[in-house]
Design a protein around this ligand. Structure first.
Ligand SMILES: Nc1nc2c(c(=O)[nH]1)N[C@H]1C(S)=C(S)[C@@H](COP(=O)(O)OP(=O)(O)OC[C@H]3O[C@@H](n4cnc5c(=O)[nH]c(N)nc54)[C@H](O)[C@@H]3O)O[C@H]1N2
Ligand SMILES: Nc1nc2c(c(=O)[nH]1)N[C@H]1C(S)=C(S)[C@@H](COP(=O)(O)OP(=O)(O)OC[C@H]3O[C@@H](n4cnc5c(=O)[nH]c(N)nc54)[C@H](O)[C@@H]3O)O[C@H]1N2
Ligand code: SF4
Ligand SMILES: [Mo]
Length: 680
């Protein structure tokens, strides 16, 4: 049999590696890296190498399911689609447009995200549409838009090869963005780049760092202000740059004055000598890149953390040039794209605001509708809260698993139970789809055409390698079918490339995108017209919004701190081997073999006090709930802190986490809450 090799894009992380799927006609039987792809460059991480395994798993959803008397039964598409459309329409008509909501998916394509927000806005007349970026980089989108004018990663992945200094904080880069992490390690080992790592866990990168400090969780604003205090005290700021390009220097200077290294040491436990050393290295470099992820964003002060990093970069003149910038590493394969496409409660595609009348008029004309909703909709966590209180009655979820991924799972379960109608569209059954009235069988990335936009704003193709499994359908087709059954005739496409043409027509930053231009390695936005080559780094010459703005922030502690009863700080996150709620990686034998079960990391001194060792069972309890879980004793966590990866539903970290959110970005504080640990 002749094997087919199809070039596509990895469906896991925001690195966006180019991957070849090997197909024997019906099934995908292998995968290997693209040698020429600008990111993967002949390499993949373990998830990419094993990506083929989940695609043809026997428990893939092959038909839609309808729940009858509490039991799911396979159904014909016509029935499942009509039921979904009619129930959502009925609810919308009975209780008003804002009684329904839509969760879109950073796992699906740009085209599919565009259609989800079009369905929500044009057909259901509500801005209640959002997706997992809310749990992830919502703070980035707000914080960088405010300071720089654009919420995206400023620079590109290949620039990591030439930077002189990296400041990495709140990003376990080698584990979560392996193809970026390996570039940092190479630059340190082979090109003498300097590395500063500030992270409460002793992550892999800390071993390569000139300066490594473990701060107390949730104290980032303090040490970032402290670095700026040192820079200004030692007169190391870039005066020319500030004068020409940034406003509000005096306000910044005033605020950071009180963050002396001594005071910062008290708040963060970072030794003052190390803080001073880090500040000097960063400020004196010509080409210095800041790299961050969830350790910065997932806090009730997420936006302040991001603004503070932006302040630091502008103070040192490290934005707007090659190998510099503030580089939030976007997590999911297409979370950048899902944001770009406007699967957010406040913007259309290209960050055009729903409150802006001119933007609404433009989309009304393009979509052939009237009266697009003009007030900002509900976010992921507000939609769940709304379901719990009865404000949201109907919900359509595509490619997300909030029962395991949202904070305070017990609350999420109650909220979903309270809905009058829930449709879930996924490629597998999940803990979330168990609550559905209708389950719609989607096609995986291997079975459809489309585009993903990676963390460096590179919009690249995914390509159909095999036919859909069973009767499952591509998400874009399902969404169009639902729109049609709601009586809307503005969603007729014969191929995703036509959807991209529509996106390009209404979205200035994607104006030059078209499928024939995206072969083979895609284009980086902003790409305003068909002749434009794409943009490697942002803010060249001036900031997207004109002048940058220093936005000084005072330190505020996390919402829930340890006390006498709940005496540990819990932080949650990920491991190299698994992906979020585990739907894909826990079906992949190589990955499951390496990390088969949940555990709580604990410092040896705490383990000794509790009389537990690696493998002992403990009960971890927060004010929200409790789980039984095995201990892993390790010096990777600091004393009195514990860490739990959130991949394992048997001991789900989110039973414990605090749903408190950042007041502006509405992102939950997954990185800090208080728990107690008892030996079982
Ligand atoms: N293998 C794998 N890779 C992934 C994912 C996955 O599930 N599995 N998910 C993807 C997604 S969507 C995302 S968003 C990214 C996330 O990628 P990362 O953000 O790198 O991953 P996390 O494990 O959530 O946490 C990051 C780091 O934050 C640190 N941290 C905890 N608290 C604090 C704090 O208060 N301050 C600071 N500065 N740091 C703190 C942790 O110690 C950890 O090293 O990964 C992507 N890549
Ligand atoms: N405690 C704690 N919780 C967290 C975090 C944390 O650090 N700590 N991190 C948060 C972050 S950053 C993120 S991004 C979220 C992620 O949260 P989720 O997005 O809910 O997690 P995933 O497991 O990635 O869920 C994606 C779903 O999409 C399905 N899927 C895959 N491909 C397709 C497709 O082509 N079509 C359809 N229809 N479905 C598909 C998968 O089967 C899976 O069920 O979790 C958040 N939750
Ligand atoms: S680094 Fe990310 S994109 Fe590349 S193979 Fe691994 S998971 Fe896929
Ligand atoms: Mo994420």
């Amino acid at each position: 049999m002749k094997l087919k090799h199809v070039l596509t894009t990895c469906v896991y992380c925001g690195c966006g590696c180019g991957i070849h799927l090997v197909c024997d006609g019906e099934k995908v039987i292998g995968s290997y890296p693209s040698g020429n792809h600008p990111v993967s460059n002949g390499a993949l991480c373990v998830k990419g190498w094993n990506i083929y395994e989940f695609i043809n798993k026997s428990d893939r959803l092959t038909n839609p399911l309808i729940k009858e008397n509490g039991v799911f039964k396979e159904a014909k598409w016509e029935k499942a689609l009509s039921l979904t459309a009619s129930r959502l329409k009925e609810i919308s008509e009975k209780y008003g447009p804002d009684s329904v909501a839509f969760l879109s998916s950073a796992k699906t394509t740009n085209e599919e995200n565009y259609l989800m927000m079009k369905l929500s806005r044009a057909v259901f007349k509500t801005n209640n549409v959002d997706h997992c970026a809310r749990l992830c980089h919502a703070s980035t989108v707000v914080g960088l838009a405010a300071t720089f004018g654009s919420g995206a990663m400023t620079n590109s992945i290949d620039e990591f090869e030439e930077a002189e200094v990296f400041l990495v904080t709140g990003s376990d880069t080698t584990a979560q963005h392996p193809l970026i992490g390996s570039r940092i390690v190479n630059s340190v080992l082979e090109k003498n780049a300097k590395l500063i790592v500030i992270d409460p866990r002793k992550i892999e990168l800390s071993k390569y760092a000139q300066v490594y400090c473990a701060q107390k969780n949730g104290t980032d604003v303090a040490w970032i202000n402290g670095m700026m205090n040192v820079i200004i005290t030692e007169d190391l700021q870039d005066k020319e740059y500030i004068k020409e390009r940034v406003d509000e220097f005096e306000a910044l200077k005033e605020l950071v004055r009180e963050y002396t290294p001594e005071k910062v040491e008290e708040i963060t436990s970072i030794p003052k000598e190390k803080l001073i050393e880090a500040a000097r290295i960063y400020a004196k470099a010509k080409k210095a890149m800041i790299v961050y992820a969830m350790g910065i964003t997932q806090h009730t002060t997420g936006v302040d953390n991001v603004k503070s990093l932006a302040n630091l970069a502008m103070l040192s003149g490290h934005v707007g040039f090659d190998c510099t910038g503030v580089n939030p590493l976007r997590g999911q394969n297409n979370v950048q794209g899902a944001c770009d496409m406007g699967a957010l409660s406040n913007v259309f595609s290209g960050y055009q605001k729903v409150v802006d009348e001119a933007a609404r008029k433009k989309f009304e004309k393009a979509w052939g509708v009237e009266n697009l909703p003009d007030k900002v909709g509900l976010t992921v966590t507000e939609i769940i809260d709304g379901a719990a209180t009865g404000k949201i009655k109907g919900l359509y979820i595509v490619g997300e698993n909030p029962v395991i991924s949202d904070p305070d799972s017990t609350h999420v379960r109650k909220a979903l139970e309270n809905l009058e109608f829930l449709a879930v569209q996924d490629i597998f059954m999940t803990d979330t789809s168990e609550y559905a009235d209708v389950v719609l069988a989607g096609a995986s990335f291997a079975e459809k055409d489309g585009t993903f936009t990676n963390t460096e704003r590179r919009c690249e193709r995914i390509r159909k390698a095999i036919d859909c499994v069973g009767t499952s359908k591509a998400d874009w087709e399902i969404i169009c079918e639902i729109a049609k059954r709601c009586g809307y005739d503005g969603m007729n496409y014969s191929h995703p490339s036509e959807i991209m043409d529509e996106i390009a027509a209404v979205t200035p930053i994607y104006g030059g995108m078209a499928y024939d231009r995206l072969d083979p390695w895609g284009l980086q936005w902003p790409c305003p017209d068909k002749a434009h080559p794409g943009t490697k780094f942002l803010h060249k010459g001036k900031f997207s919004k004109g002048k940058g703005t220093f936005m000084p922030c005072a330190y505020k502690p996390p919402a829930e701190l340890p006390d006498k009863e709940y005496d540990f700080t819990l932080s949650t996150g990920r491991v190299y081997w698994h992906w979020h709620t585990g739907t894909l990686t826990r079906r992949t034998s190589t990955l499951e073999r390496e990390a088969p079960e949940a555990y709580v990391e604990m410092h040896p001194e705490n383990a000794e006090k509790l009389k537990v060792r690696t493998g002992s069972l403990v009960k971890v309890t927060s004010r929200r709930g409790s789980i039984d879980i095995k201990v892993k004793v390790t010096e990777e966590v600091v004393k009195d802190s514990v860490f739990i990866p959130f991949h394992f539903k048997e001991a789900a970290a989110n039973v414990l986490t605090n749903p408190a959110v950042d007041p502006v970005a509405k992102i939950p504080e997954y990185k800090v809450c208080a728990v107690k640990v008892e030996k079982i």
